[in-house]
Design a protein around this ligand. Structure first.
Ligand code: HEC
Ligand code: HEC
Length: 235
C-alpha cells in the first residue's frame, strides 16, 4: 500500500508539475492529458470511475461535478478523512480538482451488478420504506426527495446513491452520525443520520445496494422549493 501510494503521488505530482511549467519538462507534457492525470485514481475507482470489486471504493462516475469537486476539496482540506485520498489530493489546486471532477461527472460506464441483500426481510422492507417514504414519526424525510426518484442524484450538487455498495453507504451514514464526515451547515445528512437507528442504516444500505442499474442514469434537476430540509452544501 505504501509503495502504491508513493507511486500514485509521483504520478500525480508529475501531472501538477507539467501543468505549472510545461516548457521546462517537455517529457511530462503528455502526462497532463486527463487520462494521465486520473491514472492515480483508477486503481481504486476503476478506469472510468465505475468502482472496483472492493466494496469500499465508491463509484464516482456520473455524479454531479459540483458534488465531486466539493468532496475532493474536503479530502484535501482534511474535512473528510481517508488517508490515501487525503494524501493524493493534498497539493492540488481548486481548479485542477474541478477539472478532475468534471471529467468523472461526464463518464457513464455501465453499473456493476447489484449486490443481493443479506439482511432479514423486515429490515430490508424498513430500508425500502425509508428510502421511498421516510418516517414522519422520526422526522426522517424520504431519501428520494433529495437524491431523486431514480436515486441518480440531482444537479447541481446531490450525489446519486444507486451503484454504491452497502458497506460504503453504511460507513458514510455512520460517519455523518459521529461527525467524522461533515457538509456545509445546516448539515442535512448529519441530521438525518442521527435519526436513523443501526437497523435503519443496515436496511437502507442493503436496499440501495440491491437496486438494479437505473434506466436513466443522469442526475435530475433539483427544485430547491421542494427540498424537505435545508442543506447548507446546496446553497
Ligand atoms: C487507494 C484507493 C484510492 C485511490 C488511489 C483514490 N481513491 Fe478516491 N476514494 C477512495 C475511498 C476508499 C473513498 C471513500 C472514502 C471514505 O469517505 O471513507 C474515496 C472517495 C472518493 C470521492 C468521494 C466519492 C463520493 O461519492 O463521495 C471522490 C470524488 C474520489 N474518491 C476521487 C478520487 C480521485 C479523483 C482520485 C485520484 C486523484 C482518487 N479518488 C484516488 C479510494 C481511493
Ligand atoms: C434534504 C435532502 C436530503 C435527504 C432527504 C437525504 N439526503 Fe443524502 N445527501 C444530501 C446531500 C446534500 C448530500 C451531499 C452532501 C455533501 O455535499 O457532502 C447527501 C449525500 C448522501 C450520501 C453520500 C453519498 C456518497 O457518494 O458518498 C449518502 C450515502 C446519503 N446521502 C444517503 C441518504 C439516505 C440513505 C437518505 C434517506 C434516509 C438520504 N441521504 C436523504 C441530501 C439529502
Amino acid at each position: 500500500m505504501t509503495r502504491l501510494a508513493a507511486w500514485l503521488v509521483l504520478a500525480l505530482a508529475a501531472g501538477v508539475h507539467a501543468q505549472q511549467d510545461p516548457a521546462t519538462v517537455p517529457s511530462f507534457k503528455d502526462m497532463d492529458s486527463m487520462e494521465a492525470r486520473v491514472q492515480g485514481c483508477v486503481t481504486c475507482h476503476g478506469q472510468q470511475g465505475q468502482g472496483t470489486a472492493d466494496e469500499y471504493f465508491p463509484r464516482i462516475a456520473g455524479k454531479p461535478a459540483a458534488y465531486l469537486h466539493r468532496q475532493l476539496i474536503a479530502f484535501r482540506d482534511l474535512e473528510r478523512r481517508y488517508a490515501p485520498m487525503n494524501y493524493l489530493v493534498a497539493y492540488l489546486t481548486d481548479d485542477y480538482l474541478r477539472e478532475i471532477a468534471e471529467y468523472f461527472s461526464k463518464q457513464h460506464p455501465p453499473f456493476s451488478p447489484p449486490q443481493p441483500a443479506t439482511v432479514p426481510a423486515n429490515v430490508l422492507e424498513r430500508g425500502r420504506t425509508l428510502v421511498q417514504n421516510g418516517d414522519g414519526s422520526k422526522q426522517i424525510p424520504a431519501c428520494v426527495a433529495c437524491h431523486g426518484g431514480g436515486l441518480t442524484g440531482m444537479e447541481p450538487g446531490i450525489p446519486g446513491l444507486v451503484g454504491l455498495r452497502p458497506n460504503y453507504i453504511a460507513a458514510q451514514l455512520t460517519r455523518w452520525r459521529t461527525g467524522e464526515r461533515r457538509a456545509g451547515a445546516p448539515d442535512c445528512m448529519h441530521r438525518i443520520a442521527t435519526r436513523l437507528s443501526e437497523t435503519d442504516i443496515q436496511g437502507v444500505s442493503a436496499w440501495l445496494g440491491a437496486l438494479p442499474a437505473p434506466r436513466e442514469p443522469q442526475p435530475g434537476k433539483r427544485n430547491n422549493t421542494r427540498m424537505p430540509m435545508a442543506c447548507g452544501s446546496q446553497s
